[in-house]
Design a binder for this molecule. Structure first.
Ligand SMILES: [Zn+2]
Length: 177
């Protein structure tokens, strides 16, 4: 399955992180940009016209041509959870910035969630971090051409600015089931 990873700047400070990804709206916008860098495209019929349908937890995108509904988190590691996107983003940031790993217990404290929730998030993020497939930067500024992880590149030269990015999390599926 093709995936777009989300990446953060290395050494992004907590104030900087919260400035960029502190609100649900900011996280949704970042995810939307990652998922559809060239604008919405229906995963079923490829149409580009859509309406937004606001639901309790997440906004749905409804294709105007075939009426297929999809959400920003469909096909991502966040799929099926009711946690705020902001919680996921913070978790991803904390885990990816931790030099020596982060325990579920530390994550529980940092996120203010229950231990089982912290464990689940931890597990899913770590799982995604070993995905080597696709590449896209969260803020949309830099597109990476080659898959790489942990500084290791697989084939060829990576895209512009890749040296300044921490390899991150394959979070967004391009081929939604
Ligand atoms: Zn459609």
């Amino acid at each position: 399955m093709a995936m777009n990873p989300i990446q953060f700047q290395p050494g992004l400070s907590m104030p900087e992180f919260f400035e960029r990804y502190g609100t649900e709206a900011q996280c949704a916008a970042a995810l939307e940009q990652t998922r559809w860098p060239n604008g919405f495209r229906c995963p079923r019929c490829e149409s580009t016209t859509y309406s937004r349908v606001n639901r309790r937890h997440h906004t749905l995108f409804q294709c105007r041509a075939c009426r297929h509904q999809t959400s920003l988190i469909a096909g991502t590691l966040m799929q099926g959870t009711k946690l705020p996107l902001a919680t996921w983003f913070l978790a991803i940031h904390l885990i990816s910035q931790a030099k020596t790993g982060l325990s579920s217990l530390a994550l529980k404290r940092d996120l203010g969630v229950s231990y089982p929730t912290a464990w689940l998030i931890h597990h899913k993020v770590m799982e995604a971090m070993v995905e080597r497939e696709a590449r896209y930067v969260l803020d949309g500024q830099v597109q990476i051409d080659d898959a790489y992880l942990g500084g290791e590149r697989s084939g060829g030269k990576a895209g512009r600015g890749s040296e300044n990015k921490v390899p991150f999390v394959a979070a967004v599926s391009l081929n939604e089931a």
